[in-house]
Ligand binder design. Sequence first.
Ligand code: 13P
Ligand code: SF4
Length: 405
Amino acid sequence: MAPSTPIALTAERYPIAQLQCETDTGIATIPLSQEVAFGSWQPDIPAEYMDLGSEELTARIHAARETLGDRVVILGHHYQREDIIAFADERGDSFQLAQYAANRGESEYIVFCGVHFMAEAADILRADHQQVILPNIAAGCSMADMASEPDVHRAWAELKEFYGSTDDIIPVTYMNSAASLKAFCGANGGLVCTSSNATKVLDWAFERGKRVFFFPDQHLGRNTGHAMGIPLEQMVLWNWRGPSGNLGGATPEALERARLILWQGHCSVHQRFTVQQIEQARAANPDVKIVVHPECRYDVVQAADANGSTGYIVKYIEDAPAGSVIGVGTEINLVSRLAKEHPDKTIFCLDPVVCPCSTMYRVHPAYLAWVMEALVDGRVVNRIEVPEHHRRDAKVALERMLALK
Ligand code: 13P
Ligand code: SF4
């Protein structure tokens, strides 16, 4: 077979590829019809939205929101693009937005500008009179997709067989997971964590069990465990892609030693950050501070000055003195916004090439305009409804997390 010619990621072929992680360029909205990546987005949006530019969409969203008033609240995760975050009544990290949903404002509709697992969590925590809407149903999370219900059940069964019982194992799922896995944790004495409370959650878990089964993000698990003093030799990686019955590729000795069993999942955005990028930043400016998200690899987190959730990164930069130079290891929409909001500081992204979260980016303003105008017409489109058989146990797991002080 002739070797295939690599496809150049030109701006015409794939507009997102032209977006270097330069914090001053921003990520401008182009009409949906020109987004080449649209092929993998929710396609059944009415044609009338396809060619609208940023200004017209913004005006239409404004008008819909005026009409709807307090009946709708818009939540925006920090990684949303500018044209979306401008409409957010509340912006935050995944924990802050879940807390908001749990506090149950009066609004009938919660329009969640984020990704699917976040909207599911809001639906589990909402009040009975509320409905949650995700503007683009195809806005998922590739890390969450790395842990499926059957794979987790299979692993749990293998762990039970190996240890003789799972009574001493507490399952902990990162917020970035399907509602069915939150339900699994709720039903098995476990709970949910986010990047802003993982230490508290693991403390809670180790008060109740000898080992923690942590999924889907190996890096958050490893970084948190290490910060709590668990040696790396007491952590084992569970390769869910391996054949059934092979104990996730771990040796019996490693499993006997293990206190943390880490699912082999990762975030493709955060795995791009490297120690070399940090070394380059330090060589260019010895006074630079480096802050990264704990979804980055262990060696990257070790080489950084600080790490934490998106909410933590926002605060770290807010609190830094004027004149600070800060290299950031997280998604570019947030880094770019922070650079604009803090002109007295130099804020830059550590990764010199493309690093938007492509699924967060799927919440294009055309989708927000569509779901908002539908509400004005009395129709709910893209409602997120967690099935009742998952809701009860998933709520237990989320409420255990929210109750931690
Ligand atoms: P935060 O909870 O820190 O906002 O993280 C969510 C996320 O998906 C990071 O990739
Ligand atoms: Fe998922 Fe990574 Fe995007 Fe966060 S940045 S939503 S973990 S793919």
